[in-house]
Design a protein around this ligand. Structure first.
Ligand SMILES: Cc1cc2nc3c(=O)[nH]c(=O)nc-3n(C[C@H](O)[C@H](O)[C@H](O)COP(=O)(O)OP(=O)(O)OC[C@H]3O[C@@H](n4cnc5c(N)ncnc54)[C@H](O)[C@@H]3O)c2cc1C
Length: 392
């Protein structure tokens, strides 16, 4: 079923006429097509013109998340530059429809109903390194870069800073928003500044690290999801290994394979091997990694839980709150490690990880999530909070 040829020609004429008239007002021409053209023609026209971003309609979001769930997006815009970001946001604003920013989709769960607005898929690329006055290295990475490519580029050059964050899926933008962490490192440890497009101020601004409000899997950008689009970030690396002690699992793995030799590349490779043994391969099975955050509770709740479960894996925080290992609670309190219900279950090697063997079954995943939460809550009074961003 093709679009009639004459119909296409009309659009080509109008498109070219408007195009030649416009110097920078591409938002309007896009809106014109979004409103006037039937979806297929609109998308094809935008795609055919190299000056325009790739824009698609009625796209299955399950194909863009590692959990492999989620219905149709009304629009999916692939933004490869700052200009594209501005254009995509303007389109949504002009049509008065909601926006969702999507990186690699490795920590996102869309609903089966999909998303009725514009999903802005961040694809801007680029990684540059430069030396600082103090002898360290600054790496500026665009938000759409794959996080692990930044790790590889840095360890190949022998730089230290993010080697323990090797093989975490997703983009640089997602890593900043979620303040990713593993084996004692967090991305905030190396951030110098973050450049964001501020939807309120309608301009790109630079925020120094102190202004980003980083916390445990948290940041300013997560707290205000409809305000900031991360465009790029500057990360600071060093030529020498940090004082911080390496996680025991990584030390053991390095001793096993490389006799303890500890270049940043060796560390990253050890991390990759340990993770491959512990975590499901997201290229083969639906998952978002750790589904829940480790809960942090006040000292009274903490004591109560520890009286009932003295073996519970936990950390006493300096402010006397207690951080419990969510995986331990799901495993030992809820008894749900390796449990499957339909297509969804917890990973047998790590109860914190939910896996999905279905497709487009967001509701099934959310029901399983609620069951895990309920079981832990019934026994401990602790309500596990998802680390995964659930887009309603
Ligand atoms: C197998 C597996 C293992 C994992 N292991 C870890 C781990 O060890 N440690 C860890 O911390 N996480 C881990 N994760 C979770 C996930 O990989 C990270 O949270 C990742 O940083 C998410 O990046 P993303 O680009 O996929 O983000 P998405 O899932 O696309 O988005 C996550 C959030 O960030 C927002 N966002 C994304 N990009 C931008 C942007 N440019 N501007 C503004 N907002 C944006 C989205 O709107 C959303 O709110 C794992 C996931 C999987 C599948």
């Amino acid at each position: 079923m093709g679009v009639p040829v004459y119909y296409e020609s009309i659009f080509r004429v109008v498109f070219n006429a408007l195009r030649s008239d416009m110097t920078g007002g591409c938002t309007h021409i896009k809106t014109f097509f979004l409103e006037l053209a039937p979806p297929v023609v609109c998308v094809r026209k935008i795609k055919q013109n190299p000056n325009y971003m790739d824009c698609r309609e009625q796209v299955l979001l399950a194909d863009y998340t590692t959990l492999r769930a989620g219905g149709l997006a009304r629009y999916l815009f692939f933004v490869a530059s700052e200009d594209d970001i501005v254009d995509a946001l303007s389109c949504a604003e002009e049509k008065n429809i909601p926006i969702h920013i999507l990186g690699g989709g490795s920590n996102t769960l869309f609903s089966d109903e999909g998303f009725t607005g514009v999903v802005v898929h961040i694809k801007n690329k680029g990684i540059t390194f430069s030396h600082t006055d103090t002898g360290d290295v600054t790496c500026v990475a665009e938000a759409g870069e794959a996080w692990n490519d930044v790790v590889n580029s840095s360890v190949e050059r022998g730089f230290y800073g993010i080697e323990c964050l090797a093989t975490i899926p997703g983009t640089v933008g997602g890593a900043i928003v979620q303040n990713i962490g593993a084996y004692g490192s967090e991305v905030k440890d190396v951030v110098s500044w973050v450049e964001v497009y501020d939807m309120k101020k309608k301009k790109t601004i630079r925020l120094e690290k102190g202004m980003c409000n980083f916390g445990y899997r948290d940041s300013l950008f997560k707290k205000e999801p409809n305000r900031y689009v991360v465009v790029r970030a500057a990360l600071r690396f060093s030529h020498t290994v940090s004082e911080r002690t390496l996680h025991l699992d990584i030390v053991k793995e390095m001793e096993r394979v490389s006799n303890g030799v500890s270049g940043s590349r060796n560390i990253a490779e050890a991390v990759a091997r340990v993770r491959a043994r512990k975590l499901p391969d997201w290229k083969k099975i639906g998952t978002a990694g750790s589904f829940f955050k480790n809960p942090i509770v006040d000292d009274c709740t903490g004591r109560h839980v520890l009286e009932k479960y003295p073996d519970a894996v936990h950390t006493m925080l300096p402010d006397s709150r207690v951080k419990f290992a969510a995986g331990w609670l799901i495993d030992h309190v809820a008894g749900m490690r390796g449990v499957r219900e339909g297509n969804v279950g917890t990973w047998e090697h790590q109860a914190l990880v939910i896996v999905n063997e279905g497709r487009e079954n967001s509701e099934e995943i959310q029901m399983f999530m609620e069951k895990v939460q309920q079981k832990v809550h019934d026994q401990t009074g602790i309500m596990l909070e998802p680390e995964v961003v659930i887009v309603k």
